[in-house]
Design a protein. Structure first.
Length: 195
């Protein structure tokens, strides 16, 4: 089951993304269904960047519809993306993070920014928004760790703010729960494989 977390689950942690994207709004924070030991974070990042980014069921159909509408209305054209409409956040990275950009996000429409031992950030931009997906590996208080995802956004003007407001119920009711189930299923399958 998808679990939305309070903003403080992200803002109260000393994540490096705070210094890189202070002008971005925190849109959502979600607990991801992935738990493990302190050294399991690279496995989660590998899982999230490999394979197809296809959601099942109605959430998958909504995402397909979104990409088709984006194509029809030119929302995702190259001239609306990173280094075109907006500058990449990699220009803001301190030297120690520039050396660790992390893996390419597979079929996701994101570009990796940086990877540390407990956080990974990737960005995307189109005509509606400049967004960051931040994945963190958080101690759970009992010796283990759990994953969480934060979504940070900078909407593109009034159109971008209206777009984000319009898709909010779909994200919370359909897309994120489906995404969480998919991540959880893949995480459990990966954990069940012999080392």
């Amino acid at each position: 089951m998808a679990m939305k977390l309070p903003a403080s689950a992200h803002t109260d942690r000393p994540w490096r993304i705070h210094e890189i994207a202070p002008d971005f709004r925190l849109e959502d924070v979600w607990a991801l269904p992935a738990t493990g030991g302190p050294d399991d974070f690279p496995k989660l990042v590998e899982q999230m960047t490999s394979g197809e980014a296809k959601l099942p069921g109605i959430a998958g159909m909504l995402m397909e519809l979104r990409w088709k509408l984006g194509e029809l209305f030119g929302l995702d054209k190259q001239d609306a993306g990173l280094d075109a409409r907006v500058r990449t956040l990699s220009d803001r990275l301190p030297d120690d993070l520039r050396e660790h950009s992390g893996p390419a996000p597979g079929s996701l429409p994101f570009r990796s920014l940086y990877l540390t031992g407990d956080e990974w950030a990737a960005e995307m931009a189109n005509r509606t928004v400049h967004g960051v997906m931040h994945i963190g590996w958080v101690p759970d208080g009992s010796g283990g760790h759990r994953a969480q995802m934060a979504v940070l956004v900078k909407p593109n003007g009034l159109f971008g703010r209206a777009y984000m407001a319009a898709i909010l119920p779909f994200r919370h009711v359909l897309v994120y729960p489906s995404l969480m189930r998919t991540i959880g299923r893949e995480w459990r399958a990966g954990q069940a494989k012999p080392a």
